[in-house]
Write a new protein. Structure first.
Length: 273
């Protein structure tokens, strides 16, 4: 078991995935996550709302909610794979790095490289790696760690183990960390434990999600994810900061997001976190 003190946060995509069915704002998210028993939050550029240019106001809202900002996550319509959008993607990275710099220990998580155009896959890996590495340089200058979050969603460039091996071979491990997402790894390849061990030096924090044997999202503890093993491996990662960020995308979460994340928090207590 890890000697690192475990802290449990919640990702806001549970609400973001609802699209127009979600009509609340960031303060509603803070309340639901705090009421759910979490210590931290990972919020996205889509969900930050009125606080987007007001980091000090967001810090005050977090403090009153008893929450810590674990990470700020953002993506791009370019999928980080369009050469003519590199400048715009780096401008966005700098914007959110500067935002995160107002929060001690907060990271910036960049979404999965995604195929949004025709052309060779080789070129897309090279472009994504350039964006991630250059964003990592911006983060280092600002004192903010930058990490990549591969996914299994539609058109992802980072789906199976070969894709992970390929992108990590192109990334500077001192500049760009990794946010492993257990659900996305399991949907793309079954060697999750080996993948985590192989690249454990890159792990910054963990996204915990569960899926069933068919790759369908499941509530935490109801699928095939070996959560105790994930926690044990993370404990051997030299740069793991102790945060386990729960992100729920199951049908149960779609029906009752606040209730689902609260249930997941209760489940994590059975794993000692």
């Amino acid at each position: 078991m890890t000697k690192t003190k475990l802290k449990v946060g919640c990702q806001t995509f549970t609400w973001e995935m609802l699209g127009k069915a979600w009509t609340g704002g960031p303060d509603d998210l803070l309340k639901a996550i705090a009421d759910g028993g979490y210590a931290g939050i990972e919020i996205t550029d889509t969900m930050i709302g009125r606080y987007a240019d007001r980091p000090l106001e967001f810090a005050a809202a977090l403090k009153s909610s008893g929450l810590t900002l674990v990470s700020f996550a953002f993506g791009s319509k370019s999928g980080f794979t369009l050469e003519d959008q590199i400048g715009a993607d780096l401008d966005a990275a700098k914007r959110w790095i500067d935002f995160a710099a107002a929060f001690s220990g907060a990271l910036v998580s960049m979404g999965s490289a995604t195929v949004v155009s025709d052309g060779p896959r080789d070129d897309k890996f090279a472009i994504a790696a350039e964006v991630y590495n250059r964003a990592g340089e911006l983060g280092r200058k600002a004192g903010v760690e930058v990490a990549v979050h591969p996914s299994s969603h539609h058109n992802t460039l980072l789906f199976d183990r070969a894709d992970y091996d390929r992108i990590f071979a192109l990334l500077d491990p001192d500049l760009v960390g990794w946010v492993p997402d257990t659900g996305h790894i399991l949907r793309g390849h079954k060697d999750m434990a080996d993948t985590l061990r192989t690249y454990r030096d890159r792990i910054r924090y963990i996204h915990l999600k569960d899926v069933d044997a068919n790759g369908t999202w499941a509530m935490l503890g109801e699928g095939v994810c070996n959560t105790p093993e994930v926690i044990e491996i993370a404990g051997t990662a030299p740069r793991f900061d102790g945060w386990l960020v729960l992100e729920e995308e199951s049908d149960a979460a779609a029906a009752d997001p606040a209730g689902a994340v609260k249930t997941n928090r209760q489940t994590m207590r059975s794993y000692g976190a």
